[in-house]
Write a protein that binds this ligand. Structure first.
Ligand code: SF4
Length: 330
């Protein structure tokens, strides 16, 4: 078996949260015991509602935040500490595509210079070679090289995200973490940007972690999917299986909102209530207040993530190893 490009084991991220100026801070777990891996050239989707910990997980695997517990390895080596020289060296191999392109770009600097910046930081090429590379990158993302002198505010939202992507791939990264890369764009533009990411990935063999609450996009682009709820992984498996036969009740509800050809889930499952606040996590299975299958055990005992079928892991008391009850499987 080949070594994954990136592997995260038992990641934990805890923040101190204070409810008022005179109260003691309490520790809130944004991410709890999250493990995942991604192979070279593959795409892993991380899905879940807001507050599920998916963006924090993305930042942890990129080393943009140090985990409170657990470890990340990239290409077989432990992730160096934040802002160390080793970490800076690794940044050219791993890049983040942000949700909001306007926030990711500097409004005062022409876009050509912003695309060139990572090449300068990593001292790649001569000034002339860098200019050529910027033109090549702009063409690769569907922009004209003569737009290099334009400023971000002169571009549309979709064009700005193309600039962000050009900058992210400038140094030839092996891994892109895309955090809601199309959610700030018009629906008409979203498909173009998703297709661009997929084309670039195929052409350059880049591995991609695609963080999104939009399951339609994830279904189209990802090989595997991790489903998170309140900081924990509740289901993981190949994308086509997750979407055609979701096992976890939470995944079933998410998937039911997306029509999937061939699925047996024809009725939308409405999730009652909002996801709980991580600062007041429910006892037992955190999903139990919203779960249509909850039992007394679910209120007291947290289910472990278990392998229930080939390449499928689920955290639910109703599912044991190779054991999928009919009530949940249909
Ligand atoms: Fe629902 Fe219980 Fe399974 Fe949690 S453990 S998803 S509450 S059935």
């Amino acid at each position: 078996m080949s070594m994954p490009l990136l592997s995260a084991r038992h990641l934990v991220k805890t923040y101190a949260s204070r409810r008022g100026a005179f109260t003691k801070p309490t520790l809130v777990k944004a991410v709890e015991d999250v493990s995942l891996s991604i192979d070279k050239g593959r795409t892993l989707g991380i899905v879940g509602e807001s507050g599920s910990g998916k963006s924090t997980t993305g930042r942890l695997v990129l080393g943009l935040e140090d985990p409170t517990g657990g470890r990340v390895t990239f290409d077989g080596a432990a992730m160096p500490g934040l802002k160390t020289p080793e970490w800076r060296g690794l940044r050219r191999r791993m890049q983040l595509v942000y949700q909001d392109p306007l926030a990711a770009l500097d409004r005062r600097i022409p876009i050509g210079e912003q695309i060139e910046e990572p090449l300068e930081i990593h001292e790649i090429g001569t000034p002339e070679e860098r200019k050529e590379r910027v033109a090549e990158l702009m063409r690769a993302v569907g922009l004209r090289p003569d737009q290099a002198s334009q400023y971000p505010h002169e571009l549309s939202g979709g064009q700005r995200q193309r600039v962000v992507i050009a900058r992210a791939i400038a140094c030839g990264p092996e891994l892109l973490v895309c955090d809601e890369p199309v959610s700030a764009l018009d629906v008409s533009i979203q498909a173009q940007v998703v297709n661009l990411l997929r084309d670039l990935q195929e052409e350059h063999g880049i591995a991609m972690i695609f963080i999104s609450h939009d399951l339609k996009v994830v279904r189209n682009i990802c090989d595997r999917v991790v489903v998170m709820y309140l900081g924990r992984v509740v289901e993981e498996g190949p994308s086509d299986e997750i979407f055609s036969k979701p096992f976890h009740p939470y995944t079933q509800a998410l998937v039911s909102s997306v029509p999937v050809p061939g699925t047996s889930l024809t009725d939308r499952i409405i999730l009652e209530g909002e996801p709980p606040n991580p600062a007041s996590r429910p006892s037992g299975c955190a999903f139990h207040p919203r779960c249509r299958f909850a039992t007394a055990r679910c209120r007291t005992e947290n289910p472990q993530l278990l392998t229930v079928a080939a390449e499928r892991e689920v955290a639910c008391h109703l599912l044991g190893p190779a054991q999928v009850p009919a009530s949940i499987a249909s």
